[in-house]
Design a binder for this molecule. Structure first.
Ligand code: LLP
Length: 442
């Protein structure tokens, strides 16, 4: 992990830019990303698996900011897309279509047609019905569609149940027995070329052996497909590599590669993978300002200007995100997320336990409950860390709130890579009557 976010003399920096300087320019709430963190993580993954020369397809859903996709494309990254929109984003960012894979349980005919027109690397197929559809659309285009079968290996990824995808009860992939049926069907259907097998068992997986077990389970299927002369080229081992939200938690990528690489090599197939969070998660923060400090009979609340519409992970997965002030005299120099924490009980000064909550009309609107922080004042700024993945991409306009801007930092440069939405953005396309378009007054 890079030191993208670090404290110097009690102040938080993103790369070489003081976060306070960005706040002064763009206001709050705001997402701030370190471009170099994305690149460093991409390189670290490529390096850990260097012997296999893997095709890394960054999973767009984690963070789809165009400027960052562009940086990834320039680095040579491929992309994992899950909708026509995500393919369009990747292409707009300059991606090579031959490095785009397309997953998802509900692909529609127009999306399949679009992906074929653009010549993507392969479809990760999730059902028999999808095979039929892709074959039909490809026949219409008079092309062969490159496909991989997404196998559901029934492995417990040991993660939050909402982000487990590789167990038999999940909607994703095809179980091993049906996989054999699919092979038969592929032979009967025209315009399909089976070039890969795909696995993705879940997200934020912290144990080294979960992916390995998935590979072990799919081996008999790979053997069978090869014996039937399918021209397999790729084993796509998916994403899901867990990161550090709390100190020392993240997957050790070198150890993980040691567990995985020999298994992948033994298949004789080319490795593809689809990390999202691993690339982006610790490359972003959500910056918020304390609007009110509120005392109730039971608790102290920090009411901040960011909310669940900006970052919904605490609400729906009870996810832990580190939260610290961006300025505090006690903070030691060093990485905000490193093992040697810049903020400990010893240097916190006067501390207070807070619920850090947003302005939205729901009790689930919080970033942290019962969190010990230095005593905060109204107007002070807080960073919610590890917000680079599944933050902005899951944001909404709930309570008619504008989505926060996204700022990208590269060294000592920063720019607003996505503007804060304004009221006109929020009501675009709304009509009062069949003829009247809503016009803002005043
Ligand atoms: N490949 C496929 C087919 C996926 O469905 C996903 C994520 C990925 C790759 C990337 O997974 P990653 O490396 O980022 O774990 N909103 C949740 C996470 C949902 C993940 C959905 N699929 C969260 O905030 O934790």
């Amino acid at each position: 992990m890079t030191d993208a976010f670090h404290y110097v003399k009690g102040q938080l920096y993103c790369e070489q830019v003081p976060v306070a300087q960005i706040a002064a320019k763009v206001g709050t709430p705001a997402y701030i990303y370190s471009q170099n963190h994305f690149i460093a993580q991409y390189r670290a993954l490529r390096e850990a698996f260097a012997a296999l020369d893997p095709l890394v397809c960054y999973s767009i859903k984690a963070n789809s900011n165009l400027a960052l996709l562009r940086a990834m494309a320039l680095e040579g990254s491929g992309f994992d897309a899950v909708s026509r929109g995500e393919i369009m984003r990747a292409l707009r960012a300059g991606a090579d279509p031959k490095r785009i894979v397309f997953a998802g349980v509900g692909k529609q005919a127009d999306e399949v047609d679009y992906a074929l027109e653009k010549g993507i690397l392969m479809f990760n197929v999730e059902s028999e019905s999808e095979l039929e559809l892709i074959s039909k659309v490809a026949a219409r285009r008079k092309v062969d569609a490159p496909i991989a079968l997404r196998i559901n290996p029934d492995v417990d990824p040991q993660t939050h149940k909402y982000i487990a995808t590789g167990k038999s009860e999940n909607k994703f992939g095809i179980d091993l027995k049906r996989g054999e049926e699919c092979l038969k069907r592929i032979r009967q259907l025209k315009n399909l070329r089976l070039i890969g097998v795909h696995l993705h068992i879940g997200s934020q997986i912290l144990k080294n052996d979960r992916h390995a077990e998935a590979i072990d389970r799919v081996l008999p299927f790979l053997k069978s497909a090869k014996q039937q002369d399918f021209p397999l080229e790729y084993l796509n081992v998916g994403g899901g590599y867990g990161i550090s939200y709390e100190i020392g938690q993240g997957l050790a990528i070198a150890e993980f590669a040691r567990e995985m690489a020999p298994r992948i090599k033994a298949t004789g197939l080319k490795m593809a993978c689809e990390p999202g969070r691993f690339i982006s998660g610790n490359g972003g923060i959500l910056l918020s300002q304390v609007v009110y400090v509120k005392k109730s009979a039971e608790k102290d609340f920090l009411i901040v200007d960011g909310a669940m519409n900006d970052l919904i992970r605490p609400t729906i997965y009870q996810a832990f995100h580190k939260i610290w002030p961006i300025k505090h005299p006690g903070l030691k120099d060093g990485s905000a997320l490193g093992a040697d924490s810049p903020l400990t009980d010893a240097n916190m000064g006067e501390a207070q336990v807070y619920d850090v909550v947003g302005p939205i009309c729901e009790s689930g609107d919080y970033f942290a409950l019962g969190r010990k922080l230095p005593r905060m004042q109204e107007g002070e700024l807080l960073a919610v860390f590890s917000a680079g993945a599944y933050g902005a991409t899951m944001a909404s306009n709930y309570n008619t709130r504008s989505r926060a801007p996204e700022v990208v930092v590269n060294g000592s440069d920063f720019w607003v890579a996505r503007e804060r939405e304004n009221f006109e953005d929020l009501i675009r396309g709304e009509r009062l009557t069949p003829r009247e378009t809503f016009k803002a007054q005043g």
